[in-house]
Design a protein. Structure first.
Length: 172
């Protein structure tokens, strides 16, 4: 998200200052790869109904990445409509990320993301334009797994520790 303008809107009704995007981004980078951090992806089915599922995700190089088998409902939904949200509860902030998820096929990027996943404890390897590993979350479907990156349009956060706060960031 380098060279991106960020519009900040304070949503807090109790007089707290707006949260800083850098704080949210740093939390995502530090905590996203933990197996104890629950991420939930919401996509849109072809008939317009929502679909939500837990995913394993990593914040890396200023973007959120996740994997999904090509036959899963979420991959089929994203192929038809890339609009999605991802929700996560971090140690001091609940965050909802909104944007479009697109499949990544660039081998250099895939190699770097696989390294990041390995550093977090998941032994991902690039095989062509997808990942393989001895195991993954049941919701990812069978290997090989496509890798997706979310291009953010908006993020919302609520602080879960004092002094509190609620903020919306719009990326342009």
């Amino acid at each position: 998200m380098t060279n991106t303008t960020i519009e900040t809107r304070n949503l807090d009704q109790y007089g707290n200052a707006a949260l800083q995007w850098s704080q949210a981004r740093d939390l995502l980078a530090r905590e996203s790869a933990s197996k104890d951090v629950p991420f939930f992806l919401s996509t849109v089915r072809p008939d317009g109904r929502p679909h939500s599922v837990g995913i394993g995700a990593v914040w890396f190089e200023d973007a959120l990445y996740f994997v999904s088998g090509p036959g899963t409902r979420k991959s089929r939904n994203l192929a038809a409509n890339p609009a999605c949200t991802v929700s996560v509860r971090l140690s001091s902030m609940d965050i909802v990320l909104e944007g479009d998820a697109h499949r990544i096929t660039d081998e250099s990027t895939l190699d770097r993301v696989a390294t990041r996943y390995r550093e977090s404890g998941w032994p991902a390897e690039r095989e062509g334009a997808a990942f393989t590993a001895p195991y993954t979350a049941p919701s990812a479907g069978p290997a090989p797994w496509y890798v997706y990156r979310i291009s953010l349009t908006t993020a919302h956060a609520v602080a879960t520790v004092e002094p509190g706060g609620a903020t919306r960031w719009t990326f342009g």
